[in-house]
Ligand binder design. Structure first.
Ligand code: FES
Length: 525
């Protein structure tokens, strides 16, 4: 088959690729990951590339290569390196490290190490652990390179429908974990042959892809997992380059849309032994919820959409450099906090929640989510704040940053309403299952990157979370990785996780009779 040379600017990377491949595939081969919000369907227009020398703009996912090319990939089309949340909770539990004992006969003299891995849809985090004492020696993170086939699990499921493409996705994630583990070994001067055990968690789709289990059924009602079971697989069968005698432990999933990462978060937060009602919220593209006490636990997944991660927001982005991550109002004006202290060019989820909370407090947006008429606000606002109320395409909007014109539109507010309503309605329906109300929730754990960076007050102000005193809300960081670390070293933790996944009752929120009513009720602020 004919091949063509492609040069990517400004990186100056060169690859050779077969005729008919898309520019998106070529960029991926060159290690350049593009935004692919629609999964390469040509709808989102986030993957724009510029053909040189004539400057023609094309969509990388749609453009087929038929000759040698020089292509510029603009910054706006790149899936930037984002903040990767590596730190989790210190579980403080007395964990008995006993898994390493099975390797003593083959490794009697040297130390035995393992890796705890959290395979997120967007990011992958790996921790190098001393198996004898559970101590973490180093942590590394990377963007999940599967992102080039779509930003969410639905696009990955759609891509992984055939055996060949599923194998491709599996290889991509295996390579990524191999790179992370090799990097950890290099950083700590540990021989890769001393790594004997890996414990990997992820949502059900990531778990299935990693194990090369069919994913097609995850994309169709009733969204069944092919397997919910915890598994132990020889390292060689998975393709992970650790000691050939090593083992890969994958943790039990709860349901098609609630995976082993949630099992792991539940384990790390100790919700299975909680005497008081505890809510765990992990917000990503989906919001995963676990609510209950040691006696009864329910879990659900809410289709919050990617708005809280900055997608489908006019000036939205992930938590990357230049993203507004916090907004506060003072008497005269608003103050922005921008990641990397650089000029603002976008707004990420935490900033978005703050901004909406500020607009509500100032009365610029009312409880239905509608912008107030500017003429009614003139005497109520400081002049600097009032001057930020503008019109964009005939719609009211709020100017956050003048230089790069970072604005919040009426449509953005609607997206936030949809996302928060999906999560809030999910919580209410789980509360109903347990026969409790908001007041009964004694502690809320916010897991994951979003939960770590949002301000509790803003989440409460917009009604994303139950109305409880702010001090009951705790961020627990990358609790999925903390749980994986516990299960990596301890037999008992593995057994507890299996039991937890079996015990947590999954609720299909969208099928609950009150779902539509609650969803509509929760739309208002
Ligand atoms: S248009 Fe969405 S990925 Fe290309």
């Amino acid at each position: 088959m004919k091949h063509f040379d492609i040069t990517f600017k400004p990186d100056n990377r060169q690859i050779s690729i077969h005729a008919g491949a898309t520019l998106l595939e070529a960029a991926g081969q060159a290690g350049i990951i593009l935004n692919t919000v629609c999964g390469g369907k040509g709808i989102c227009k986030k993957c724009e590339a510029i053909l040189e020398p004539d400057g023609q703009k094309v969509l990388a996912c749609q453009y087929r290569i038929e000759n040698d090319l020089t292509v510029t990939i603009p910054a706006g089309s790149r899936f930037f390196e984002q903040k990767i949340l590596a730190e989790g909770i210190d579980t403080k539990a007395q964990i008995q490290c006993d898994i390493y004992e099975k390797y003593l006969p083959i490794q009697p003299e040297a130390e035995i190490f393992g890796a705890a891995v959290d395979i997120g849809t967007t990011t992958v985090v790996a921790k190098l652990i001393n198996m004898a004492d559970g101590q973490c020696l180093a942590t590394r993170g990377a963007l999940n390179p599967q992102s080039r086939y779509g930003d969410d699990v639905i696009s990955r499921i759609a891509y992984g429908e055939t055996d060949a493409k599923l194998a491709k996705l599996k290889k991509i994630i295996t390579d990524c974990i191999n790179d992370l583990v090799a990097g950890l070994c290099k950083q700590t001067t540990i021989d890769i042959k001393q790594i004997f055990e890996v414990c990997a968690v992820g949502n059900t789709t990531m778990n299935h892809i990693f194990l090369k289990l069919p994913v097609k059924q995850l994309g169709q009602a009733p969204y069944k997992a092919y397997s919910l079971d915890a598994k132990d697989t020889p390292a060689g069968d998975i393709g992970l380059r650790i000691n050939p005698a090593g083992n890969i432990h994958t943790v039990a999933n709860i349901a098609g849309f609630v995976g082993s990462d949630t099992t792991s978060v539940a384990l790390a937060t100790g919700i299975d032994s909680a005497e008081e009602v505890t809510l765990v919220v992990d917000i990503g593209t989906n919001g995963e919820l676990v609510l209950g006490t040691a006696d009864k636990l329910y879990a659900a997944s809410c289709a919050a959409g990617p708005a809280l991660e900055g997608a489908r927001i006019n000036c939205g982005s992930r938590a990357v450099e230049g993203a507004i991550e916090a907004v506060v109002a003072n008497e005269d004006d608003i103050v922005l906090d921008v990641i990397g202290n650089s000029p603002a060019h976008s707004i990420c989820g935490s900033g978005l929640l703050d901004a909406v909370a500020v607009l509500l407090d100032l009365g610029i947006v009312d409880s239905t989510g509608r912008f107030a008429k500017p003429e009614t606000m003139k005497n109520k606002l400081a002049p600097a704040i009032f001057s930020r109320i503008i019109e964009q395409d005939g719609q009211p909007a709020f100017l956050l940053d003048e230089v790069q014109k970072v604005i919040l539109t009426q449509k953005d507010i609607r997206q936030v309403q949809l996302a928060k309503s999906a999560i809030r309605a999910g919580i209410i329906l789980l509360e109903r299952k347990l026969g409790i109300g908001d007041d009964d929730i004694r502690q809320i754990f916010l897991a994951g990157a979003f939960g770590n960076y949002i301000r509790r007050e803003s989440a409460l102000r917009i009604g994303l979370l139950p109305d409880v005193p702010a001090e009951r809300i705790h961020s627990v960081g990358n609790a999925a990785c903390s749980g994986a670390q516990m299960m990596l070293v301890s037999r008992r933790c593995r057994e507890e996780a299996k039991e937890l996944a079996r015990k947590i009752e999954y609720v299909e929120i969208a099928h609950e009779p009150d779902f539509q009513t609650e969803f509509t009720n929760c739309m208002s602020f």
